[in-house]
Write a protein that binds this ligand. Structure first.
Ligand code: PLP
Length: 377
């Protein structure tokens, strides 16, 4: 058997929608299809503004372009995340300050966030990892007390909710990804979510090369002009058309992923009770989206042996993440040492992710669990 880690799935509807846009010849960005995707996202997620971008990385960068954050400022974030979270901070020449995670939730530890705040701190980026929300109640409270901007890296968060609120719509800014590896896919793509009208106006100008082309397209001005520094972060209509069809299936996709997650969880309960692995529970008030199935084993050598042996048997399981603070850039350029964030180090050494995508079959799932049972005595 050969089981990939992930497999994006498109039906005839995505293919037809992409072809239709190609036939129309209107393939640039910020067109009618993109605008209807943005309207759908606003309604689906419950947010004032949704700006499609070329990636979640770019949505994060756009948030920082709008904010008045720069040299001398500090932004708090986890080290247990993807590089884009930190790059967005570095691109505006502010300093990323890594904060350790909580060992149970694998997300920012609010107590350590509080301890990391200095007079230079301007913002917090929280990461919603795997399928659940970061500790939003505590983070909203901290951000409010210290007047910090709260940015949600909800790259993995489409379809998930916390206290009935969609991930990415809880803080000041939210960024979601539609990359090939995520639950809803258009190839490369993302969206910036926000409630504030003034910031939204600035973001749509910066997304359109620093011009008011968006206002022009709405018929609000009769020609569009260069108003600010900007870049080009608009999503092509071809990708927007694929995204529209994917988003129309979000409930079914989320349900299927959650069913696979629950299946793994139930089947691995026995091994967890015997102390052979550690599973992640689902806290009250959260509505997970089944993005990642992750568990931890006892130590790094067992994890690496387990991953290598699974690959030998055709199962592409994988680790997560190489922590940013102990990466070459984190150590050489930012001056961190691995031991600065001990929980992050421990988690990253022992975390294992199993294949999870809607097309996984029951024989494949059975095979994965049988192999695991044998590899983790
Ligand atoms: C995938 C991911 C990103 C980057 O998303 P892109 O759309 O590929 O730019 C950023 N942060 C996290 C936590 C991610 O998982």
């Amino acid at each position: 058997m050969k089981i990939p880690f992930n497999k994006a799935q498109f039906g005839p509807e995505e293919i037809e929608a992409a072809v239709e846009v190609l036939r129309s010849g209107v393939v640039g960005g910020n067109g009618p299809v993109g605008r209807s995707v943005e309207a759908l996202l606003r309604e689906m997620l419950g947010v004032e503004h949704a700006l499609l971008t070329t990636s979640c990385t770019h949505a994060l960068e756009l948030a920082f372009m709008v904010l008045d954050i720069g040299p001398g400022d500090e932004v708090l974030l986890p080290s247990f995340t993807f590089v884009s979270t930190a790059n967005a901070i570095l691109r505006c020449r502010a300093r990323p300050v890594f904060v350790d995670i909580d060992e149970a939730s694998l997300m920012l530890d609010p107590q350590k966030v509080k301890e990391a705040i200095t007079p230079k701190t301007k913002a917090i980026i929280c990461v919603h990892y795997a399928r659940l929300a970061a500790p939003m109640e505590a983070l909203l409270d901290i951000a409010d007390r210290h007047r910090l901007t709260l940015i949600e890296d909800a790259a993995q968060g489409i379809g998930a909710r916390w206290n009935e609120r969609a991930l990415g719509t809880i803080g000041d800014f939210g960024c979601i990804s539609f990359h090939e590896t995520k639950n809803i896919v258009c190839g490369e793509g993302g969206v910036l979510l926000l409630h504030d009208d003034r910031w939204a106006r600035q973001a749509e100008i910066m997304r359109e090369k620093g011009t008011n082309r968006s206002a022009f397209l709405r018929g609000e001005v009769d020609k569009y002009l260069w108003l600010a520094m900007g870049s080009s972060y608009v999503l092509s209509e071809v990708l927007a058309a694929i995204l529209l069809k994917q988003l129309q299936k979000v409930d079914a996709i989320t349900e299927r992923r959650r069913a696979i997650f629950d299946w793994y969880y139930d089947r691995l309960q026995g091994m967890a009770k015997e102390g052979r692995l550690t599973l992640q529970s689902t806290p009250e008030g959260s509505e997970p989206n089944g993005h990642i199935f992750a568990f931890r084993v006892r130590d790094e050598s067992e994890r690496d042996r387990c991953l290598a042996e699974m690959r030998n048997r055709g199962i592409h399981a994988t680790f997560h993440y190489v922590p940013l603070h102990s990466s070459p850039f984190g150590q050489d350029e930012l001056g961190y040492r691995p031991e600065d964030l001990p929980v992050t180090e421990r988690v990253a050494k022992t975390l294992t992710r199993l294949p999870l995508y809607p097309g996984l079959t029951e024989p494949e799932l059975n095979y994965i669990v049988e192999v695991l049972d044998e590899l983790l005595p």
